[in-house]
Each structure stands twice: as structure tokens, then as C-alpha cells.
Design a protein around this ligand. Structure first.
Ligand code: DGP
Length: 114
């Protein structure tokens, strides 16, 4: 989608610190990190949020989550633990409407979330 910032990151039309890419997904450092490790995993194809996916997209969703877990391993936080987060919609705190999985770690996470 031409006016989507994450589509532009995936297409390398705007700069970002990409740490992984494959045919279906791109992972890059969050510009406003909320933890010592904060990576975003996005699908290459534009999907506004997880609410737009259905059973036919289960392969894509599983790829995004498994890529998130692989990024945690790559960043050295797999053993200490981490959190995968998919903010969805207004009450979910979503601000960028291109589906993304946050990979957060490097410090203890709290529960319940704010
Ligand atoms: P969410 O609130 O779940 O929609 O998270 C959006 C995240 O995207 C937020 O943590 C900040 C990050 N972000 C927004 N714009 C950019 C950008 O231009 N570059 C990078 N690397 N991250 C961005």
C-alpha cells in the first residue's frame, strides 16, 4: 500500500535497521524501543491487522510468530524469555495499521500490561 510506512520499510523505500528478511516477512528494529530488545516482524504483503486474517492465512500468521521466536534467539534473549505482542485496533494500542508482531525482551515483562 503506497502510503503505509511499514510497506515502505519492507520495500526499502525508507531506512530501517532490518535484521532478517525472507519471501514472506521482514524483521527490523523498532524506532522507539520499549525494552532493550524490541524488534518488529511484519508480513511483506499489506494486512492492516490480525483482525483481517482468516483460516486461510494461518500459514502466514504462524510464519510471523515463528520468525519472532527466531529473532529472539538471534538477539540472544531466547533463554531469558521474551514477549510476542500483536496490538490490534484502538483499545489494543495499535498505531501502525500494517500487521506486526512486537518481539520484546532483555528485561522482565510485567503483567497485566498497562
Ligand atoms: P503499534 O503501537 O503496535 O502499532 O506499534 C507500532 C510500532 O511501530 C511502535 O512501537 C513504533 C514503531 N514504528 C513506527 N514508525 C516506525 C518507523 O518508521 N520505523 C521503525 N523502525 N519503527 C516504527
Amino acid at each position: 500500500m503506497s502510503d503505509c510506512i511499514f510497506c515502505k520499510i519492507a520495500d526499502k523505500k525508507i531506512p530501517s535497521k532490518i535484521i532478517h528478511e525472507d519471501d514472506k516477512a521482514v524483521a527490523f528494529e523498532d524506532v522507539n524501543p520499549q525494552a532493550p530488545t524490541h524488534v518488529l516482524v511484519i508480513p511483506r504483503k499489506h494486512v492492516a491487522s490480525i483482525a483481517e486474517l482468516n483460516a486461510a492465512d494461518s500459514g502466514l500468521l504462524s510464519h510471523l510468530m515463528l520468525t519472532g521466536a527466531a529473532m529472539a534467539k538471534q538477539k540472544g534473549i531466547a533463554d531469558s524469555g521474551y514477549r510476542l505482542v500483536v496490538n490490534t485496533g484502538k483499545h489494543g494500542g495499535q498505531t501502525v495499521f500494517h500487521l506486526h508482531v512486537h518481539v520484546l525482551g532483555g528485561r522482565p515483562m510485567h503483567w497485566p500490561p498497562g
